[in-house]
Design a protein around this ligand. Sequence first.
Ligand code: ADP
Ligand code: F6P
Length: 325
Amino acid sequence: MSEEVKTIGVLTSGGDAPGMNAATRAVVRAGIAAGLQVKGIKRGYAGLLNEEIVEMDSRSVAEIIERGGTILYTARCAEFMTEEGQKRGAEICRKHGIDGLVVIGGDGSFRGAGKLAELGINTIGIPGTIDLDIACTDYTIGFDTAINTAVEAIDRIRDTSTSHERVSIIEVMGRHAGYIALWCGIANGAENILIPETYDYDEQKIIEQIIRLRRSGKTHHIIVNAEGVGHTMEMAARIEAATGIETRATILGYMQRGGSPTCKDRVYASIMGAKAVHLLKEGKTKRVVAHQGGEFVDYDIAEALAMTKEIPPDFQTVSQELLRV
Ligand code: ADP
Ligand code: F6P
């Protein structure tokens, strides 16, 4: 058990995600409700090292639960990857009286949080990334909003694709993980879902499938491609050349990371934010809040970072069985 915390800090780090504001609001309000002083640290670890630290009160998080992005801004910080940077970060926390810190971000941000915890700052991580690529949790802040945004965009592309009887290949975000592509591909009824975890890179098989389905009367062919597989433009050109069917490529890009968070992202982020504060209040440190098996839980950061997760078998089955006929 660590010493009782009196002042907590909150920062957002890595790629932003819709719902981060809801989590920040929950940290601030749960902190105040628990009798703690709360400080906001702007621009992630970069802002910590630059001492961009502001007092937060209940009003400073008013009217942000419905807003995308992060009012605290976010950044990546190379200096914080160094031992010297981490020591300076811990000293700056102490200088500002911050004895507890909530870090909202992905795996990288949790590594930084783990280092601060080892240097004596009570630290709790909250999973915030649209990619769902944090092994210890089946929910990450922003994923639900991102997939709903992407699904709507792909529906629109499908309309025009069908009218022109084209093949459409749509790239969604996920540099290292295919969860966005997998969920959207199933929800949009895509004919192919290409994700880094399972794609066999057999493009000829896709080409033959397109030709077969076109002969059987299908008027469109949607391929949802994960950023981690990439080469979307080149693939479209090759497919058009091989099939003789007009093929268009769309990269959805950053529009997936913005926008007002869904109800689920607002609610789960709120619960996780409050839980992080409760853990700090109980004297816990070096933990990460997670959602597993229908419950909000917490794990040691090092244990959480050592976990791995696989694409659930049911998702694999559905993505393979339903999409190729
Ligand atoms: P995410 O948190 O979304 O995974 P990054 O991997 O870019 O995003 O990490 C965000 C920031 O966390 C980095 O810019 C860096 O400041 C910090 N960070 C990442 N990895 C480490 C590490 N191994 N040790 C200390 N800090 C780290
Ligand atoms: O937020 C996660 C993510 O969207 C990845 O899918 C993507 O590869 C990455 O962030 C890109 O972010 P940035 O361009 O800000 O580094």
